[in-house]
Design a protein around this ligand. Structure first.
Ligand code: GLY
Length: 370
């Protein structure tokens, strides 16, 4: 069964369609958006090998012709050179304002293509077909698009909402276990930040998730997207509540920087560790009981996910250096570190009022445990 989550942003509303085999229905799903039966697809070399022929056939079956551009796979693609190449290719293909561009891939492709669509002829519509769990539950929804700068990740971009998102649960079967579990870090985040019942459901259904049971995956993606949609509609441009989506990210960004944005730590793995740390910090600050972070760690452990700094291979810098790296986070406002803390599972809030020495001690204890 295909389910729909509507994102009711005024003047920019769209549907997120979630279910099995959506890729093979993509032509029928996209056709109502088209002024003429022609689309441009941008993907990466890895995803093209797995899913591009299925998408092309699905479009052709509805009489929609397509052209495609295949970029190199990997985070290094998300910068000016491949962005320029994409925009110029779209112009060469004579993509007009009324046309639709399709982003087929994970977060890198979705962010880059969304940004290209935002600036092409001052804005064309685009469809997200996210092929990673992380992209399905987070980056494909909500309109954050952009590329990395030499000065930092995601520093160049625009808010540009997609016209449609097709989250095909079946494509998740092709993900390596590590990528799948990393993406699941973002799913866990949603329960932790605002829905204790969803966290309980994850806890009770851990085996089904690990086995990639399609109904369990569809529920996990749908509830995550519903929560993201609610928050984005309340605060599209992150003036307030949208920051809740950054639970675990202050720690995560410092750890990603400390590990050189390498394969040592995938983003979703950093989010899971960051969430566990945010809950531990909340307990140390007396906001919740010690059982709460223990329960979070227990669930992550049972899923086989990364949970503590001890789970990161290789050397890490000392606690002070990690704190300095946190200070370079995008979310620093007037030099104040902003944290997402919690009064319990599902009860997160944003605060700048965190004593640095408590964070320092927490990091030092974690590093000593490695
Ligand atoms: N990934 C966080 C957000 O979309 O706001």
């Amino acid at each position: 069964m295909i389910e729909t989550v509507h994102v009711p942003l005024e003047g920019r509303a769209y549907d997120v369609r979630i279910g099995p085999d959506l890729l093979t229905r993509a032509g029928a799903e996209i056709a109502p958006l088209l002024a003429r039966p022609r689309v441009a697809i941008v993907t990466d070399a890895h995803v093209a090998g797995l899913h591009l022929p299925a998408l092309e056939s699905a479009l052709a079956a509805e009489g929609i012709s397509s052209v495609s551009l295949t970029l190199p796979a990997g985070e290094a693609t998300k910068g000016w050179p491949q962005f320029e190449r994409t925009v110029e290719w779209l112009l060469e293909q004579k993509i007009e304002r009324r046309d639709v561009v399709i982003a087929l891939g994970g977060g890198v492709i979705g962010d880059l293509v969304g940004f290209a669509a935002a600036v092409l002829r001052r804005g064309v519509r685009f469809v997200q077909i996210p092929t990673s769990l992380l992209a399905q539950v987070d980056s494909s929804v909500g309109g954050k698009t952009g590329i990395n700068a030499p000065q930092g990740k995601n520093l160049i971009g625009a808010f540009h909402q997609p016209a449609l998102v097709l989250a095909d649960i079946s494509v998740l079967n092709s993900l390596p276990v590590r990528d799948f579990l990393a993406g699941y870090g973002e799913v866990v985040k949603y329960g932790l930040l605002g829905d204790a019942a969803f966290f309980d459901w994850q806890d009770q259904n851990a085996d089904r998730i690990t086995a990639r049971d399609p109904d369990a995956l569809a529920h996990a993606v749908k509830r995550s997207v519903e929560m993201k949609a609610e928050i984005v509609v309340r605060d599209e441009t992150e003036q307030g509540d949208r920051a809740l989506l950054n639970l675990g990210h202050t720690f995560c960004h410092a750890l990603e920087a400390a590990t050189g944005y390498s394969d040592r730590l995938l983003h979703g793995e950093g989010v899971a560790i960051g969430c566990a740390l945010a809950f531990e910090l909340s307990a140390r600050l007396g906001l919740c009981s010690q059982e709460v972070p223990s329960r979070v760690r227990e669930m992550l452990n049972r899923m086989g996910m990364k949970v503590t700094l001890a789970d990161i291979d290789g050397d890490l810098p000392d606690a002070q250096r990690l704190l300095d790296l946190m200070g370079q986070d995008k979310k620093v406002v007037d030099g104040q570190l902003r944290f997402i803390l919690a009064r319990g599972i599902g009860e997160a809030f944003v605060t700048s009022d965190v004593p640095v020495d408590v964070v320092h001690a927490l990091l030092q204890d974690q590093l000593a445990g490695r």
